[in-house]
Design a protein around this ligand. Structure first.
Ligand code: ADE
Length: 244
């Protein structure tokens, strides 16, 4: 069964470029994912079609109103029997990383709740209990771009989306390390040569060199990742020892 992704937004038109291009598009064409866009505005009930209002207690900006979001989520969820994982995009959420992407890719259905204004009425979070997800420690003007980032990252790891030759097994974060450097033709360019080892035809030596490069890069550029990688290795060793 394919993954169903529902996107709840005030700006459905923002998504067409991403969902209609490249890998997200191909995944849908292969029947591995379906995208469904729903506009919160359709669930507005007053004559101004309001979806947000001024915050109680004062302060800048507008806040997404709870009834609109509850009604939209209820309507969308009853369109399909697959159990939904609700996700609200917010800079206050858990920061998206590759392990979370892999977890989300195993779900049958994601309901992404995006807001374009100052924030959400807290009762939306209390009442709908979504997983709150951030794509990094910076503030976007809305959750839409964050939702697109999440969709792209999730869809490309769905089984069957990438062909064997594009396989994602060596890339950054797989196994907790950054990627090794890559080269293609020409062999020499502006006095920068391709490392000899890659032209040696010695596959074992190439694999060893690549692994060393991954470790070196990760150590230098992402000491935080390197530390987790090292402690993961030590933990595995400890477990082996305990088991043996
Ligand atoms: N909405 C605004 N900024 C965001 C961020 N960094 N991640 C997710 N949603 C957001």
């Amino acid at each position: 069964m394919s993954l169903r992704i529902d996107i709840l937004t005030l700006f459905p038109e923002m998504f067409s470029a991403i969902l209609g291009t490249s890998i997200p598009k191909r995944a849908a064409e292969k029947g591995l994912v379906e995208y469904h866009l729903t506009n919160f505005r359709s669930f507005a009930t007053d004559r101004h079609l309001s979806v947000d209002d001024k915050p109680f207690g004062g302060g800048p900006g507008m806040v997404m109103m709870a009834p609109i979001v509850f009604d939209t989520v209820a309507h969308v969820e009853q369109l399909d029997t697959r159990p939904a994982t609700r996700i609200l995009l917010t800079p206050q959420g858990r920061v998206l990383d590759q392990p979370l992407v892999e977890t989300l890719a195993k779900k049958p259905r994601l309901v992404l709740i995006t807001g374009h204004y100052e924030g959400f009425d807290e009762r939306i979070i209390d009442g709908l209990a979504p997983l709150e997800v951030s794509i990094g420690d910076y503030v976007l003007s809305g959750g839409e771009l964050a939702a697109m980032v999440l969709i792209d990252a999730v869809v490309r790891v769905l089984p069957g989306v990438l062909g064997a030759e594009e396989g994602a097994s060596d890339e950054s974060f797989t196994g907790g390390l950054l990627e090794y450097p890559q080269y293609t033709r020409p062999r020499q360019y502006q006095a920068m040569d391709v490392p000899d080892i890659l032209l040696s035809g010695n596959h074992a030596a190439i694999a060893k060199w690549r692994m060393e490069q991954r470790c070196e890069r990760t150590k230098k550029r992402r000491p935080d990742l390197w530390q987790s990688y090292e402690s993961g290795k030590n933990k595995a060793r400890g477990d082996d020892a305990a088991g043996g």
